[in-house]
Design a protein around this ligand. Structure first.
Ligand code: KMT
Ligand code: NI
Length: 171
């Protein structure tokens, strides 16, 4: 099971845990796969077919492997959204996806090896590495990838309006 909890104020430690069904209501999808066989995994193939995740690449986020590491991490940790789903499959290492719930509270989702997670288009989120300072992820995309991040506030975007509507109907 993927671990998720509310983020409290600085220095207050982790807040109440958040279950998979609550994440689902926010539009977050999650699968657990065997990352050791990502190169030949029928289950991954099934998901990619079903969800139309035709495009993929693999990136490593670490000081050694990622050019402009510090700058990129800073960008990932700025609260932002995309016009498309963010689909990530963790092959090694790990980190945190922080997402906003319906009441604009931060929910921290700890991801590690074997976690395939999707954040819906229009959802405010950010990403941070954990103490391992290393993650290897497969990025998946429907069609040609667009990585544009819109930092908050981005409420004027259609993708945001649609997500807000989804949330309102999802409670
Ligand atoms: C994003 O847009 O938030 C990211 O790509 C985060 C890095 S992927 C682990
Ligand atoms: Ni993002």
């Amino acid at each position: 099971m993927v671990e998720a909890w509310y983020l409290l104020e600085e220095g207050e430690g982790p807040g109440p845990s958040v279950g998979l069904s609550a994440l689902r209501k926010l539009g977050v999808c999650y699968w657990k796969l065997d990352a050791d066989k990502y190169e030949n995994d029928p289950e991954l193939e099934r998901i990619r077919k079903e969800k139309n995740y035709g495009w993929m690449d693999i990136i490593t986020i670490s000081k050694e492997k990622l050019p402009n590491y510090e700058e990129k991490l800073k960008m990932f940790y700025e609260e932002h959204l995309h016009r498309d789903d963010e689909i990530r499959y963790v092959l090694d290492g790990g980190g945190y996806f922080d997402v906003r719930d319906g009441a604009d509270r931060w929910v921290r989702i700890a991801v590690g090896k074997g976690d395939l997670i999707t954040l819906p288009a229009g959802m405010y989120h950010r990403f941070a590495l954990d103490r391992r300072a290393y993650v290897k992820v497969m990025r998946l995309f429907v069609g040609e990838p667009v990585w544009t991040a819109y930092n908050r506030p981005a409420d004027h975007l259609e993708a945001r309006a649609q997500y807000v509507q989804f949330l309102a109907r999802s409670v």
